[in-house]
Ligand binder design. Structure first.
Ligand code: SF4
Ligand code: SF4
Length: 96
């Protein structure tokens, strides 16, 4: 018989501190492929309304607090135009 739920919430999840992310975008390197926007699993990015030097709309941060520092945008960007770093201060999973 297959169990209904294949995961569990860790007992100490309330004590776990999650790092805060800082998203860095270099607009003029961007070629506007939108990969980072489309494939960000947390939908932390959106298209900017300002053209860059290459004549395309680069991404901008929609909600930095959604970013989990997964690094996927950095990995998928063909032009090295986006990366994330960890902010100094930390917050817990429950926001305290
Ligand atoms: S690091 Fe991950 S969650 Fe954060 S913006 Fe990039 S793809 Fe989205
Ligand atoms: S993946 Fe890179 S080149 Fe494509 S839209 Fe995002 S920042 Fe621009």
């Amino acid at each position: 018989m297959v169990p209904r739920k294949l995961w569990r919430r860790p007992l100490d999840s309330e004590q776990i501190k999650l790092p805060k992310a800082e998203i860095h975008i270099i607009p003029d390197l961007c070629k506007g492929c939108d990969f980072c926007i489309e494939f960000c699993p947390r939908k932390a990015l959106e298209e900017s309304d300002k053209l860059n030097k290459r004549g395309v709309y680069p991404p901008k941060v929609a909600d930095e607090s959604k970013c989990t520092l997964c690094g996927f945008c950095t990995a998928i960007c063909p032009d090295f135009a986006i990366f994330t770093t960890e902010k100094k201060e930390e917050t817990s999973r429950n926001g305290r």
